[in-house]
Design a binder for this molecule. Structure first.
Ligand code: IPE
Ligand code: IPE
Ligand code: MG
Length: 268
């Protein structure tokens, strides 16, 4: 593990960084709150939307790096249910950039064996966006590598509300009873069903909050905050976060001590 301390040291090549990460210490699922586009633009005297445009490189690079690391899943928070409060021009630009991204990157996703999966209240997005999303889902449905979840018109609370609505409807229809509902049932009725919970949650731009992202799923995620603004985020930053994660000791409420059985045997 010592080696990992120097993983992100300047002068180390990406290849070297990758080689030093032991496969068993890698997260299965990384989730990212991509933040700081507006501040990146402001620092340059540019309109906020230029920050979003510049952020696309970081999206592309992160998806490629996650695929190279052979992660099972990468989830990027692209647009929250609260982001509709932003100026209309900014929202329109974000949607246009999404369409552009899908058109440009679909081929790469297919070639990299990436399965694309948008999550969120997609039916509230423009029909044209919904159509591009559906095309990307269909074109990558047979892929078996990285699951790339993009959160659009997403919030953790809205997702939980939708799950409860589905539960009530199923109960009223007579197909669900209270004892059937357990943590597994809840997890399998969220947008992220079938994907393991994030092991690592990264937030860029120095903000120390969760902003309504994957509230159920991050119960035991390791958190990594970086001051880097999203448009400046590179593969190296992702690797540094993964190296940071690899050093963590995850306890899940138990005790990590040699010889301790963590409750697997009764009566000690
Ligand atoms: C993140 O950057 C992108 C989205 C939320 C869509 P911001 O636009 O939130 O950038 P800041 O936080 O204003 O710098
Ligand atoms: C979180 O960023 C949402 C996304 C990254 C899409 P925000 O910039 O919207 O979050 P707050 O407002 O700072 O909490
Ligand atoms: Mg922000």
């Amino acid at each position: 593990m010592k080696d990992l301390d120097r993983l992100a040291a300047p002068g180390t090549s990406e290849r070297e960084l990758l080689d030093r990460l032991a496969p068993e210490s890698l997260p299965r699922h990384v989730a990212v709150i991509m933040d700081g586009n507006g501040r990146w633009a402001r620092q340059r005297g540019l309109p906020r939307v230029e920050g979003h445009r510049a952020g696309i490189r970081a999206v592309r690079e992160s998806v490629e790096a996650a695929a190279r690391l052979e992660l099972e899943a990468l989830t990027l928070y692209a647009f929250s249910t609260e982001n509709w409060k932003r100026p209309r021009w900014e929202v329109r630009t974000l949607m246009a950039l999404l369409k552009e991204y899908l058109a440009k990157e679909l081929r790469t996703m297919v070639d990299n064996n990436v399965r694309f999966r948008p999550i969120g209240r997609l039916s509230e997005l423009e029909p044209e966006i919904q159509a591009s999303l559906a095309r990307a889902v269909e074109a990558t449905a047979g892929n078996t590598g990285l699951v790339f979840q993009i959160a659009l018109n997403y919030s953790g609370r809205a997702e939980l509300v939708d799950m409860v609505r589905a539960a009530v409807a199923a109960a009223q229809g007579g197909t669900l009873t209270a004892p059937t509902v357990d943590e597994e049932w809840v997890g399998s009725h969220l947008a992220t069903a079938g994907v393991p919970d994030p092991d690592l949650l990264i937030r860029t731009s120095g903000e120390l909050r969760v902003s309504n992202f994957l509230l159920w799923q991050i119960a035991y995620a390791e958190l990594h905050f970086t001051p880097v603004l999203w448009p400046d985020f590179t593969t190296r930053d992702l690797l540094a976060a993964v190296a940071d994660y690899a050093r963590r000791e995850r306890r899940y409420g138990g005790v990590v001590e040699p010889g301790h059985d963590n409750g697997e045997e009764a009566g000690d």
